[in-house]
Design a protein around this ligand. Structure first.
Ligand code: NDP
Ligand code: AKG
Length: 452
């Protein structure tokens, strides 16, 4: 290692030590920052204007983080108390924008890592959106429709003070789909007495955009197509392993089927299903309802179609060409990554947020397989949210074809940015490409806006 490299390593270590000391115990947040800082610090070293203005130091500090009590009454008449969050991370290039997650694993650390990733992701879309994220430790599984509605109303009864169409525009994420956005929007409208585009992912008859439900899954496929093109390949005939089977997973499968690929697994936190013939036709129709409508476990899919259910394991042990995590953070660890490669996988496109541990990323990059991070691959969802905001401002709707074409263009453009910033000879380092391309736009806006 040269003196310069040693010095950079020292800078990164001391930067991370400060981040860890200021945000104790927030391991997901530390992980997200470390991945980004590793790519950005050599760039900052060559561009001292960012160092002088302490851009990275400011970017890892949320502009605002709101934590609130969410009391509500369940169907038995018992009082339940959950915790709500909204982390407004960065508004340099637009209003805070990012989803809401309802899941028992939600914590301040999870919210901060997601909000931090969102800043760079939203920048990559080229649309004017800052980054934020929110949610609650509320678990929608096993709750009645009535309970979900009461929870959403209680959650919005505090959140409404902090958001607005020009301030902060939440959307869905894990556990928050069209139904929850409806209840949240209804309560916001009642409290504020105004009909605005304060949330995205709305119903089509009340301000939603066509293709928003499909956008993350379809966008992932459009990005994947660009990755495969760099090796002269297409989706047709490829065997693909995925994990979650919610909003992102099901629309991903739909588009892959259209293009002649085959998805052979889905999974949840209890295990996975192996379906070697591919999830197609009536099986996909069944799957679409399984989690999104009924919040039922993946095992029910295996039982329904007499398929193999593998308890307590992840799908990354199945032979495949391509792996696409579509569930949650840290769902691929170092041994999973090695398994994938040993079984012939040569492309990993992250559709969930931060699904690979730092060790897994190292394994993929050392093996020089095609590997792209969530902030690039899954940006189609928030991109179409940005298009929903644009349509709301114009009080006008684009057709399905128009939105789909814009989504495809955005995903192709994100791929080009990754190549521009991440190409080293024949190898594209998509992690570096996405981080640098996302960073530069936000950093320049922060420089121009002064120390605020
Ligand atoms: N919706 C969107 O537009 C976007 C979503 N994403 C990311 O995509 C991923 C999936 O989101 P989405 O499809 O919207 O969410 P959904 O709630 O629709 O589906 C989530 C899926 O992941 C599974 N899951 C959740 N937690 C775990 C866990 N700990 N282990 C294994 N499986 C789990 C769920 O099953 P179960 O809970 O039964 O285990 C379910 O199948 C998330 O990482 C999200 O941040 C990224 C960009 C945009
Ligand atoms: O549509 C949005 O605003 C956010 C989607 C999201 O949560 C994400 O990109 O992770």
């Amino acid at each position: 290692m040269s003196t310069g490299e040693n010095c950079l390593k020292g800078n990164l270590e001391s930067f991370m030590q400060k981040v860890m000391a200021k945000n104790p115990g927030e391991k997901e947040f530390h992980q997200a920052v470390q991945e980004v800082a590793t790519c950005i610090m050599p760039f900052i070293d060559k561009n001292p204007k960012y160092q002088k203005a302490k851009i990275l130091e400011r970017m890892v500090e949320a502009e605002r983080a709101i934590i609130f009590r969410v009391p509500w009454v369940d169907d038995k008449g018992e009082v339940q108390v959950n915790r709500g969050y909204r982390v407004e991370m960065n508004s340099a290039i637009g209003p805070y924008k990012g989803g809401l997650r309802f899941h028992p694993t939600v914590s301040l650390s999870v919210m901060k890592f997601l909000a931090f990733e969102q800043v760079l992701k939203n920048s990559l879309t080229t649309l004017p959106m800052g980054g934020g994220k929110g949610g609650s430790d509320f678990d929608p599984r096993g709750k009645s429709d009535n309970e979900v509605m009461h929870f959403c109303q209680a959650f919005m009864s505090e959140l409404f003070r902090h958001i607005g169409p020009n301030t902060d525009v939440p959307a869905g994420d894990i556990g928050v789909g069209g139904r929850e956005i409806g209840y949240l929007f209804g309560q916001y409208k009642k409290l504020k007495n105004e009909f605005t585009g304060v949330l995205t992912g709305k119903g089509i008859t009340w301000g939603g955009s066509l293709i928003r439900p499909e956008a993350t899954g379809y966008g992932t496929v459009y990005f994947l197509e660009e990755m495969l093109k760099t090796r002269g390949e297409t989706v047709e005939g490829k065997t693909i392993a995925i994990s979650g089977y919610g909003n992102v997973g099901t629309y991903f499968i739909e588009k892959i089927n259209e293009l002649g690929g085959k998805v052979v697994t889905i999974g949840d936190e209890y295990g996975y299903v192996y379906d070697p013939d591919g999830i197609k036709g009536e099986k996909l129709d069944f799957l679409k309802d399984l989690w999104v409508i009924h919040r039922r476990p993946a095992k029910d899919y295996a039982n329904e179609f007499n398929l193999k259910w593998v308890e307590g394991k992840r799908p990354w042990e199945v032979p495949c060409d391509i792996a696409v995590p579509t569930a949650t953070q840290n769902e691929i660890d170092g041994p999973d990554a090695k398994n994938l490669i040993e079984n012939g996988c040569w492309c990993v496109a992250e559709s969930s947020n931060m699904p690979s541990t730092l060790q897994a990323i190292e394994v993929f990059q050392e093996a020089k397989i095609l590997f792209a991070p969530g902030k690039a691959v899954n940006a189609g969802g928030v991109a179409v949210s940005g298009l929903e905001m644009a349509q709301n401002s114009m009080r006008y709707n684009w057709s399905r074809e128009e939105v789909d074409q814009k989504l495809r263009n955005i995903m192709q453009n994100i791929h080009e940015q990754c190549v521009r910033f991440g190409k080293h000879g024949d190898y594209i380092n998509y992690v570096e490409g996405a981080n640098l391309a996302g960073f530069v736009k936000v950093a320049d806006a922060m420089l121009e806006q002064g120390i605020v």
